[in-house]
Design a protein around this ligand. Sequence first.
Ligand code: GDP
Ligand code: MG
Length: 159
Amino acid sequence: KDTDIMAGVTFMEKTFLMVKPDGVQRELIGEIVSRFEKKGFQLIGAKLMNISNELASEHYGEHKERPFFGELVEFITSGPVFAMVWQGENVIATARQMMGSTNPADAAPGTIRGDFGVTVGKNIIHGSDSPESAKREIGLFFNDSELIEYSKLSNNWIY
Ligand code: GDP
Ligand code: MG
């Protein structure tokens, strides 16, 4: 559904975020969820899951010719991930800023990768990089019935 009416805001953008296996093992699910909650974004879907090789290859399809593709698929399937859909104004770009640069060595302090990651292969979190990838990735990981539209009173104090 593309049009929500909330506190006068008529379009609520959605993004796909995922705590990777390293973030789950490092017990960062709560910390990461908390950052997006406190920012003012709204969680509309979430699940702990194992990713199949097929789903991993589809999700990271844009990187299939890269030298690190095999390593990437092996890593993302190595343990459970925490998959989420968040919504809010400009959530796609803002979540990317909150995540920080792909390589944690370049990620600013205060960002998730800057605060918790060290190497590019274990950089804690995935986030969609555009409206097209958000739509594609949400569809890959979630059924419509797993996304919950609900009104949140704090939206009146955010928008
Ligand atoms: P993102 O959108 O910031 O996650 O970055 P990309 O889409 O460019 O890459 C996807 C994921 O591949 C990154 O989050 C990294 O975990 C991984 N990755 C990117 N570059 C490298 C690399 O040079 N080596 C390894 N091992 N992994 C990489
Ligand atoms: Mg990417």
